[in-house]
Write a protein that binds this ligand. Structure first.
Ligand SMILES: Nc1ncnc2c1ncn2[C@@H]1O[C@H](COP(=O)(O)OP(=O)(O)OP(=O)(O)O)[C@@H](O)[C@H]1O
Length: 268
């Protein structure tokens, strides 16, 4: 089992990573949903958290981001919906700099699900109705049932409250609540790390269904190499704030960058 500290101590810059980067095979018809250009972040002490991250996230695919603990995965994800404000001109959604997009509009288009679900007070239906209600739209009961169904929950959940749910069920309610905003992109930050294998499989099934049936673009951070291999179409490997490889999920074992090889060997 890999330990996080084994990677965090190594602060060698990885300029040589460029030679391991593959060209992302973007289907020109579906195009690119998100693009980052030289996305960079330093912490208050001046140390690099992200170094010139260049990513293309094709429309309607599941992109996995993996890498050692502290490598910057969550920071990249949070930059995509301005939970962390990226520098202007570094993150583009459909070709538009996200810094020029109204932040609430952006977050409706780019929904996010975290590791642990945090439900609001009230029923499951209240939670699901929350986002649309902020925009003055009251979802009908049928619309709520449809969203429950999308998150693989049956109608009996409609009137339940948060304390009547397991963590796995609560995570699916949180997913339904995010989907109520009809996002075009879903950002998932280790959404199954607190779940048992069956709940994990339920969430994975829903994620794949969202891609296949709704052509949703999904960016998922995961610590599980196997999970990424099960559901992702493209994998970015982040080490020390830098993308060191872009790989097809079934070709992770062909990683060439030394840190990528080491991480994958220890994690599998
Ligand atoms: N708000 C912040 N201010 C300063 N440094 C931060 C902040 N948030 C994260 N960091 C630092 O940025 C680096 C990357 O953190 P991040 O959470 O993005 O990594 P990660 O790859 O998602 O890690 P993990 O897998 O452990 O969740 C870490 O060194 C972390 O300490």
């Amino acid at each position: 089992m890999a330990t996080a500290s084994a990677y965090q101590v190594d602060t060698t810059p990885y300029e040589e990573a460029q030679e391991y980067l593959l060209t992302v095979d973007v289907n020109q018809e579906s195009g690119i949903k998100f693009r980052t250009e030289n996305l960079t972040r330093k912490n208050d002490g001046g140390a690099s958290i992200l170094r010139e991250i260049n990513m293309d996230i094709p429309k309607g695919v599941i992109v996995g981001i993996i890498g050692p603990s502290g490598s910057g995965k969550s920071t990249v994800l949070r930059a995509l919906n301005r939970l962390w404000e990226p520098p202007a001109g570094t993150v583009f959604l459909d070709g538009h700099d996200i810094c020029d997009v109204d932040v609430l509009t952006l977050r409706r288009k780019v929904g996010m699900l975290f590791q642990l679900p945090a439900l609001f007070e009230g029923t499951v239906a209240d939670n699901i109705r929350y986002g649309p209600q902020l925009r003055g739209t009251k979802l009908t009961d049928n619309e709520v049932y449809n969203l429950l169904n999308l998150a693989d929950l049956d109608s009996t959940f409609f009137n339940k409250t948060g304390n009547e749910l397991s963590v796995g069920q609560a995570q699916r309610v949180a997913l339904a609540r995010t989907l109520a905003n009809e996002p075009e992109v879903l950002l998932l930050d280790e959404p199954t790390s607190a779940l048992d294998p069956i709940s994990t499989q339920n969430i994975e099934d829903v994620i794949v269904k969202l891609k296949e049936k709704q052509e949703m673009t999904i960016v998922m951070v995961s610590h599980s190499i196997k999970q990424i291999q099960r559901i992702a179409d493209l994998v970015y490997l982040l080490v020390n704030g830098e993308i060191v490889e872009v790989l097809q999920p079934d070709k992770l074992s062909e990683a060439k960058h030394p840190m990528a090889q080491r991480f994958l060997q220890l994690s599998s």
